[in-house]
Each structure stands twice: as structure tokens, then as C-alpha cells.
Design a protein around this ligand. Structure first.
Ligand code: FB9
Length: 520
């Protein structure tokens, strides 16, 4: 097999305007594969040894049926010759089929009738020739002409468009467009390619060989190698933005690296009754092994038990038996509020006593819920809390507004709601300028004294808190409408790789929009 490169360069060695008119015919004549010719030409072109001009050639190729017509004549001519042979009685369908074959009969008969070469005798249903002489088999001739055309150019000219269209309609021929190139000498043409060095190497410098080495031009257009590296999942990009916003607002992040909590911290410390429906396995993932937590602060445990059973701090409690067994159960936390309760407990029992604090958490929580397009059995909860003296509902509304303003939600509505561990509680709704609709943003409330008093927090300390999830803002931000596209084993890594940066535009001038009446 001749070496493709030298074959091409030699073919252009005849003179400065030597060209190879059609790379395809050149491949045929030099018995080389056209693709390898094109491949080599492309690389010769990058070194400017040749110049390529794309050209496309169109020509008809015959299909299988056409080949059989070229061999045995068109169906209609074969049928007609059978009919003519049958004379005036003509032929019934079965005889005709047996004489020329089923397919030929079907197509042939149709065209005979169309060309008025035959007619159907109503009475007998037989087909009778309407001509005595066999006309020329134009179809066969046209196909033969196409097949034996000397060149592609010749091929497309040997039948007129009308005939070609008819043959195409009969799916006897199809028009092929072949791409090839006219090859001519390039500015750095030479009969032999000198491999240009791509890099200046230490050896070249030491040997001085660089002086007579041809170097490849730098192609500053080429895209650099795509650098790999890590990609933050869109959820983590939104988390990073929320973190930044909450730290700007003076909040400190709570440690949320422990996904397994005890029922005590996840529910009991929040004064959520042990009979609360969320506490059964339909809603919560309980841990089989280790099924029970190791320990809880005993004195605090007693105070929580008392508050549930008998109340206190102005509350009558739940007057139900408080089961230690229930409290000690391990589970996958259902909310990061389980971490808030532990942080508030530490705040109340730290050396030097309580000091006002602002905490936030953003991490996974787990709920044994039925999964649908927007719900999985886990999501990333965002929670913020402020613990300080004499905080009011206004402080809560103001804080929540400040937060949502910073993620671009200006108009908020607060709707009274119920949470086992906050009273009063409010659902938060916001008008999303992009979605042009009110959307539920989350929940909020003042932690109940039944939760705070047993911790030992000073009487006039109030704790306001609110919560939302990362998933909805991320789906809105990245225009994702199915949670499985965003999270889980079906996620396409491309989406993560190409997910743009997350930036919440909080345009200043509009700062301090008022909370509107909750007309939700
Ligand atoms: O995230 C939610 N919605 C949301 C949030 C932001 C957002 O931003 C747009 C770009 C601008 C868009 C939408 N929700 C909370 C509301 C709904 O999606 C809701 O259907 C689903 N909720 C989850 C719980 O589902 C059972 C989101 C999750 C949620 C709800 C409440 C809390 C936390 C997460 C809470 C709380 C709380 C209350 C009081 C004290 C402490 C914590």
C-alpha cells in the first residue's frame, strides 16, 4: 500500500499549479482509501503543504429492484409481453402472477393500466393487452444509462429531471451527494514533508539543533486542553451563596456533620409530643443498629420529661407518660432543628452563662416520604435562629425579610401556621419575579418556652427561627423541574460540569420592602 502522504505530495510535484481535481477519483485511481486521503490532506493542510477546496458530487445509484429491471426489464414490460403472448383472452391474475411473479405482477399491472398498455375486462376480470407491439422499455434504458455512465457528472445528465423524478418516486434510484476535495499546493508545499517541531526542547538548545529546525507556528486559536478538576453540585453552589448571605447577616454555622440523632434531641427537646405522627416510622427513618443513643444529659432529660408530662413555665404540658425508651431511639434527623436544640442547650449551659447568638445550619435531613417529581426522602434544610433577650415576632419577620431580600425575593407574605416547637408560627410566601408567582418559601416561628425553659435559658430570652430548603431555589435558579434531574444516581454529570455560577442579585435600591398582608 503506497504511503498516502508521499502519493499526494508527488501528485502535486508536477508544477506550481498542479492540482488533484477530486480526492475521491484520486483515491480510486491510486487505489487508496478516500478517508485516509482526506485525513492526510487535513494534516498536510495544517502545515500549509496543501490547500483543500471542498467539492460535492451528486449522482444517482440504482437500488436492488432497479438492478433486477436492468437484468430482466421493467415490471410493466414483462407483464405486457405476457399479456401480448396471451392474446385477446388476456390473463387472469393467478396465471399472470405465476408467469411473472407476484411482485412484478402487482407493479407491472399497475403501470400497464396507467400507461394504457392494457385494460381490465370487467366481465372476466382478466387483464388484456391494449397494444400488440411491445413498446421500448424506457425505464430499463434509463437505468442502464445511469448504471453505465462514464462519470458521476455524466450520470446526472443522462436522464432528464422528469424521468429521474419518476425513477426516484418508484424508489428505483437515489441521489447520492459525495463530499470530496480539490487538492492543490499550499504555501509551504514540498514534495517531502519536514516534520515541524512543536516544542523547543532542552536537547535542541544544548545541541544547537534548534537553529535548523522548522518549528510549527503557534496556533493561538486552539482551545487549551479542558482542565479537569472538581465541580460544585448546583445545590452546593446555592449552599455556598446562602452561607455567604447568612454570614454577612452575622450568623455562625452550626456543626451538622452528624446525620444520626436521638429522638430526644430531634423531637423531645423541641417539646414535640411522643405521640406526634411524625414520630412514627412512616415519616421517620429509625436506626436498627445501634437502635438506641448512648446517653442524654440526665438532669436536662428529667426537666424535658417533666415539661412533657406536667408542663411548667406557664404551660400545662401534654400530661402523657414520657417514655425513656422512645426518647433514646436513634434516627436519621428529620430536620436540622435537632442541631439547633443542642446548640441552644450548650448556649444556656456554657461557662459564663447565656450570651445572645445567631446560628444557621444547611445540611441534609431525612423524611420517609413518598417520592415524586419534587420530593425525595431527603433534602437540604436551611435554618437560621436568633437567640436574644425580648425578641419579638417583628424581629423574626424582619430577619426573614432581610434573608429573602438578599436572594432576590422582595415581596413576602407571612401566613399563620403550626409547628409543634414554635408558637406563633408562620409560613413564608414570596413573590418570585422570575416565576411571576407567589411561591411557598418556608416556615418560621418563636421556639416555645416549653422548649427553652428546660434548657435553662434565662426567662426573657426568646429564640426566633426560620427554615427552608435548598432544593427549590436551586431548581428555580437552574431551571430544573424534576428533582431527579438535580439529585440522585440519575443525575447527568454534564449538567453539574456546565452548571453556571450561582449569584443572587440583591439590587440595593429596593432594600426594605414591607411585609404584605398575607393574602395567600
Ligand atoms: O424551600 C422552600 N421553598 C423555597 C425556598 C426558597 C426559594 O427561593 C427562590 C429562589 C428564590 C423558593 C422556594 N420550601 C421549604 C417550601 C416548599 O418548597 C415546601 O413544599 C417544601 N419544604 C420542605 C419541607 O417539606 C416537607 C421546603 C422544606 C422546608 C420547610 C420548612 C422548614 C424547612 C424546610 C422549616 C422550618 C422551621 C420552622 C420554624 C423554626 C425552625 C425551622
Amino acid at each position: 500500500m503506497p504511503d498516502v502522504e508521499s502519493t499526494i505530495l508527488t501528485a502535486l510535484s508536477s508544477g506550481p499549479d498542479a492540482t488533484i481535481p477530486d480526492s475521491f477519483t484520486f483515491a480510486t485511481t491510486s487505489n487508496l482509501d478516500h478517508n485516509s486521503i482526506v485525513g492526510t490532506c487535513k494534516s498536510l493542510q495544517t502545515d500549509a503543504y496543501v490547500t483543500l477546496t471542498e467539492r460535492s458530487t451528486q449522482f444517482y445509484v440504482l437500488g436492488k429492484e432497479a438492478e433486477s429491471i436492468v437484468k430482466d426489464g421493467s415490471q410493466e414490460i414483462r407483464v405486457l409481453s405476457a399479456l401480448i403472448a396471451a392474446g385477446t383472452d388476456g390473463l387472469g391474475m393467478p396465471e399472470l402472477q405465476s408467469s411473472v411473479g407476484k411482485d412484478v405482477c402487482k407493479i407491472g399491472m399497475g403501470n400497464c393500466l396507467k400507461n394504457k398498455w392494457a385494460k381490465k375486462d370487467k366481465a372476466s376480470g382478466k387483464l388484456i393487452a391494449a397494444v400488440t407491439e411491445l413498446p421500448t422499455d424506457d425505464v430499463k434504458e434509463q437505468l442502464v444509462a445511469l448504471k453505465s455512465a462514464a462519470s458521476e457528472e455524466e450520470n446526472t445528465k443522462c436522464v432528464d429531471d422528469k424521468a429521474a423524478a419518476a425513477l426516484k418516486r418508484r424508489k428505483l434510484i437515489s441521489l447520492i451527494t459525495r463530499k470530496s476535495y480539490t487538492i492543490s499546493r499550499g504555501p509551504s508545499y514540498a514534495p517531502q514533508r519536514v516534520k515541524k517541531a512543536a516544542d523547543l526542547t532542552k536537547e535542541m538548545l544544548e545541541s544547537g539543533k534548534w537553529k535548523d529546525t522548522q518549528f510549527k507556528e503557534y496556533n493561538f486559536q486552539t482551545l487549551g486542553e479542558s482542565v479537569g478538576g472538581g465541580y460544585l453540585h448546583p445545590l452546593m453552589k446555592v449552599r455556598a451563596e446562602f452561607r455567604k448571605i447568612l454570614m454577612e447577616m452575622g450568623f455562625e454555622e452550626m456543626p451538622t456533620n452528624k446525620w444520626v440523632e436521638s429522638s430526644f434531641w430531634n423531637f423531645d427537646s423541641l417539646f414535640q409530643p411522643q405521640s406526634h405522627p411524625a414520630r412514627d416510622a412512616h415519616d421517620t427513618f429509625f436506626i436498627k443498629e445501634p437502635a438506641e443513643t448512648v446517653s442524654v444529659p440526665e438532669e436536662y432529660y428529667e426537666r424535658v420529661k417533666n415539661m412533657h408530662e406536667k408542663g411548667g413555665s406557664g404551660s400545662i404540658g401534654y400530661r402523657t407518660v414520657f417514655e425513656r425508651k422512645e426518647a433514646m431511639k436513634n434516627l436519621l434527623r428529620t430536620h436540622t432543628t435537632a442541631v439547633s436544640s443542642q446548640m441552644l442547650y450548650k448556649l444556656a449551659n456554657q461557662p459564663g452563662g447565656f450570651k445572645p447568638a445567631r446560628y444557621f445550619s444547611i445540611d441534609r435531613v431525612f423524611r420517609n416520604e413518598s417520592m415524586d417529581a419534587t420530593h425525595l426522602c431527603e433534602f437540604h434544610q436551611v435554618e437560621g435562629l436568633v437567640a436574644d433577650y425580648n425578641l419579638s415576632l417583628g424581629d423574626l419577620i424582619g430577619t426573614v425579610e432581610t434573608f429573602f431580600h438578599k436572594i432576590g425575593i422582595k415581596r413576602l407574605r407571612f401566613k399563620p401556621a403550626f409547628n409543634p416547637y414554635t408558637e406563633p408560627s408562620m409560613e413564608v410566601f414570596g413573590y418570585h419575579p422570575g416565576l411571576k408567582k407567589w411561591t411557598e418559601l418556608g416556615n418560621s416561628g418563636m421556639f416555645r418556652p416549653e422548649m427553652l425553659a428546660p434548657m435553662g435559658l434565662p426567662k426573657d430570652v426568646r429564640v426566633i427561627a426560620w427554615g427552608l430548603a435548598l432544593e427549590r431555589p436551586t431548581m428555580i435558579m437552574y431551571n430544573i423541574n424534576n428533582i431527579r434531574t438535580l439529585f440522585g444516581h440519575k443525575v447527568d454529570m454534564g449538567m453539574i460540569k456546565n452548571a453556571p455560577i450561582c449569584r443572587f442579585e440583591a439590587d440595593e435600591e429596593e432594600e426594605g420592602g414591607v411585609a404584605e398582608e398575607a393574602k395567600v
